[in-house]
Design a protein around this ligand. Structure first.
Ligand SMILES: Nc1ncnc2c1ncn2[C@@H]1O[C@H](COP(=O)(O)OP(=O)(O)OP(=O)(O)O)[C@@H](O)[C@H]1O
Length: 229
């Protein structure tokens, strides 16, 4: 009987460190994700969550260690080109074109990905169907976030990098976000979320980054000492 080797993780961070502006932000991070996996990244302000996401998206290079996709180092240019096409990225900067309609803002993303036909449905699912023909200036902050999430659904790439995806969402929006994450994982997608806000993601790995500059005093202690009343 032959024993089959388990498949390598789809994504592996092997002792990864990262510098920003000549100072060490991430040190010796190890993460392994298979299809359908999820990682929730938490930590204090400045602890390196966005740096982690930027590194995975290829905007920053690890200063040590390696990031492997399907067992290949993403820093190799031929691999990186293929790897980038797997990524879907949501962050606090909305990247919304104010001159186009809400629908065009999703369809443009589809077009860049040589896809079409899912934009309207994605907007409807995110509760923006009746705003599809409006300009983004008509959208609230939470609706802008929903527009970003509609893009995720429309272009449907396997690895989702979500930096603070629930900021500005109402309770229903957070439930929708949790729902689309769960559905994406059922299809074998991988989801990495950096967040300060609570989010329910079943069986997600949790990585809490240590604070970079531990505070000796909290703001409350300082106010207490100053005796402001
Ligand atoms: N553009 C930049 N150039 C140089 N250093 C930066 C830059 N942006 C952030 N940093 C540094 O990198 C560190 C990590 O920042 P990062 O944005 O990754 O933290 P974060 O955990 O996402 O924080 P937050 O919770 O506030 O969003 C910060 O302490 C900051 O000093």
């Amino acid at each position: 009987m032959s024993i089959r080797k388990p498949p390598p993780p789809r994504l592996l961070l092997n002792n990864v460190s990262c510098m920003r502006n000549a100072s060490q932000v991430l040190s010796n991070v190890n993460v392994s994700l298979h299809d359908g996996g999820a990682l929730v990244l938490t930590g204090a302000n400045g602890s390196g969550k966005s740096t982690f996401m930027r590194m995975l998206a290829g905007f920053s290079r690890p200063s040590a260690g390696e990031i492997l996709w399907n067992g290949h180092d993403i820093q190799k240019s031929t691999i990186f080109h293929q790897y980038k096409l797997q990524l879907n990225w949501v962050c606090l900067k909305h990247g919304i074109n104010e001159k186009s309609t809400v629908l065009d803002n999703v369809e443009l993303f589809e077009l860049l990905d040589y896809k079409r036909g899912k934009a309207k449905l994605a907007l409807q699912l995110m509760g923006l169907g009746r705003l599809a023909k409006e300009k983004p200036k008509m959208l609230s902050m939470g609706q802008r976030k929903r527009l970003q999430l509609a893009r995720l659904l429309a272009i449907d790439r396997p690895i989702w990098l979500l930096d603070e995806p629930s900021v500005a969402l109402d309770d229903e929006g957070v439930k929708l976000l949790e729902y689309i994450i769960a559905e994406h994982r059922k299809q074998g997608g991988i989801v990495i979320v950096a967040t300060h806000l609570p989010i329910e993601i079943e069986d997600a790995m949790l990585l809490r980054l240590p604070p970079r500059f531990p505070r000796r005093m909290t703001l409350i202690d300082m106010l207490d000492r100053a005796d402001i009343s």
